[in-house]
Design a protein around this ligand. Structure first.
Ligand SMILES: [Zn+2]
Length: 314
């Protein structure tokens, strides 16, 4: 198991936060002292030292502007791009696995896009509340977008054709910083009406899916959505070098740990984050079983088990 957040970024961050001022001051004093003894030699030496310090600071700043991935439990993520754009993915922030759900939801005051893999309540989640507050546009199939607008309360003006797609289509969004490829998932996609609605019939949300999210200057992330494994997953890994796969493992409504490990082998990501487990008692798959299955099937992907509310720097 690899903890992605034990990264050079954290080391550079502590360097810049903890010692930057102290080091700069010491350097200053030292330069002043040496100027009176051997001016030229010391100036040269100190200039290079200062240039090195500066380049380290610049490097750490550049790294700080990477991509952040926050997990809220279940299948809910926030992705912050290097330019600060915010993508919410299946944002059921107030799910039972997230003790800070209400506070987390209140803290989401900026979002540019909301990506929803399918119409089930545990993936639509808090989308409408976030959309109303932030003006975020909906990235979903046209069928799901239509159903969420007609029956789910999603603001129509934020669910236009520019951010709708369907399987095989790759959308270039946010000025080209983010590309979203719609890929299949084997599942279902009924949209439940909002609580209190007179019409309690579920509505068709079209076909379920997953997303391959390619971020300029950042990682390529494959979110499986809810699915079983299928052999065409190997095509996803062929077309895109996947850095991080967000992979359902919970069983019961999706593939469980062993089939999920097969899926990882088909896709071939560098890292895999298990999701969609433990939220309800019936989602029995565990990261431990998943890790065992990955070892057994010889997958080279490194499993990263995220904590709820944890942010990884990618
Ligand atoms: Zn589902």
């Amino acid at each position: 198991m690899l903890e992605l957040d034990v990264s050079p970024r954290l080391l550079t961050a502590s360097f810049t936060q903890g010692n930057e001022g102290v080091k700069a001051n010491r350097l200053d004093n030292h330069i002043r002292y040496n100027l009176t003894t051997d001016r030229n030699k010391t100036m040269r030496t100190r200039f290079f030292a200062f240039a090195l310090l500066l380049s380290l600071l610049i490097a750490s700043t550049a790294h700080a502007a990477g991509t952040q991935l926050t997990w809220y439990g279940h299948a809910a993520f926030k992705i912050t791009t290097p330019s600060g754009k915010v993508l919410m993915l299946d944002p059921w922030i107030t799910n039972p696995a997230n003790k800070n759900g209400a506070a987390d939801l209140a803290g989401i005051t900026k979002a540019d896009l909301i990506l929803i893999t399918h119409g089930h309540f545990d993936h639509v989640g808090d989308s409408v509340a976030i959309a109303n507050l932030t003006g975020a546009k909906l990235v979903a199939t046209g069928d799901l977008a239509d159903a969420l607008v007609a029956y789910g309360g999603y603001p129509k003006a934020q669910a236009g054709m520019d951010t709708q797609g369907n399987v095989g289509g790759e959308l270039s969004l946010l000025g080209g910083e983010v590309k979203v490829l719609f890929v299949p998932a084997i599942h279902s996609s009924a949209v439940s009406p909002p609580a209190g609605s007179l019409n309690t019939d579920p509505h068709s949300g079209g076909n379920p899916g997953g997303f391959v999210i390619s971020i300029a200057g950042g990682p390529t992330i494959y979110a499986t959505g809810d699915t079983d494994e299928f052999s065409d997953m190997s095509l996803i890994g062929k077309a895109h070098k996947i850095d991080v796969m967000l992979c359902c493992i919970g069983d019961h409504y999706t593939m469980g740990p062993v089939r999920a490990a097969d899926a990882v082998k088909l896709v071939g990501p560098r890292y895999v984050v298990p999701i969609h487990y433990g939220t309800f008692p019936i989602l029995t798959g565990t990261p431990a079983e998943f890790g065992e299955a990955l070892k057994k099937n010889g997958s080279k992907a490194q499993m990263t088990v995220m904590r709820v509310d944890q942010t990884l720097n990618l």
